[in-house]
Design a protein around this ligand. Sequence first.
Ligand SMILES: *Cc1c(COP(=O)(O)O)cnc(C)c1O
Length: 410
Amino acid sequence: MTLNFNTTLLHGSFNEKTFLGATTTPIFQVNAFSHESPEKLEKVFNNKAAGYAYSRIGNPTVSAFEKTVADLEHGIGAVACSSGMAAITLTLLNILSSGDEVIAASGLFGGTIDLFGDLRSFGINIRFVNHISTENIEPLITDKTKAVFAELIGNPALDIVDIEDVSGFLHEKGIPLIIDSTAATPYLTNPIEFGADIVVHSSSKYINGSATAISGIIVDSGKFQWSKERYPSFAEYERFGKFAFLSKLRNGIWRNFGACLSPFNAYLNNIGIETLGLRMEQVCSGADRLAQFFDSVEGVEVNYPTLSSNPYSGLAKKYLKGKGGAIITIRPGSKEKAFRLINELKIPLVATNIGDVRTLVIHPSSTIYAHASPEQKKNAGVYEDTIRISVGIEDVEDLIADFKQAIEKI
Ligand SMILES: *Cc1c(COP(=O)(O)O)cnc(C)c1O
């Protein structure tokens, strides 16, 4: 029986018999697991027997979280990390060697852009395009291009990548597509179904839901052929077949960097993710109504994927069930007006994250994009007067009334 999203989430991989009938996976807040003999521990250590040895390498609470996300994303497995940034870093380092190139969009999450700068001193070069499309990336591809990295919904640019088109093109050239699907979530789409090879999430956001734990996760489609000719570091992992990427990651860079997810944070995610479907329905319908309200206000420019005037509304239909996600950006005309508007708001919190159940606002140009170049700001849709709104699950009538009174004051 194939189950739908919420049923899969609640019952799919969970078996209450595993933990004495406990109805959710308990927190295994321990560092190590003892075994009855050195022979048994030898087997566990060498992946010859199922079991856990040390929580940096594996922990049942963390495994439960990984299994849930892998199932929701239709991947063959997942690896949880201490943060979304760790997930992105370790995905890239698992594939790349000095001298390699990656193509990425310049309107990405600010931390990812900063990371790309850090990777330069390790000989890894990132070539930026203003939006990931076949047309834009084709001229930049060389035999050093080892991956293309894109956010399915750019944060805060809100551009949507035509992943089916781009992955089809890349696969002909033997290049994998890595998708950061944080803003889209597995509820709205499964990038793997459209050809993405690796999917990463900052699970600190919608997956956790209430902003109670920082974490990230890497999901593998198992479909990409990591040939040892193009990816020499995969030579000893070829024997794992479709599990080559995950085996290399788990037994190598992920375990050795030590950016593991703590059991307690995995537990918070295991609880939070249970309501992902409900929350996404509520935040998407709220964001859609709030965006339509902004669209009707003179003097305020609004960017939201499902507005009929938006260039990405067609791709939102194709990839996001016709929904636009929870993020809206607006431009009230000047930085001064943007600050005044934010100061007049009563409900939203002024905070840097997204994906909380509470509505959050931020002025990106002076905060998360403070270090970006004017070019990067422009490509991310970050202007002096841009406000990013991460819509929560509040009653949307209250949000509209609050923004209305604040706009009237400015
Ligand atoms: C927040 C975020 C990240 C980074 O995740 P952390 O959990 O903060 O390390 C990466 N990508 C996107 C799209 C994000 O929103």
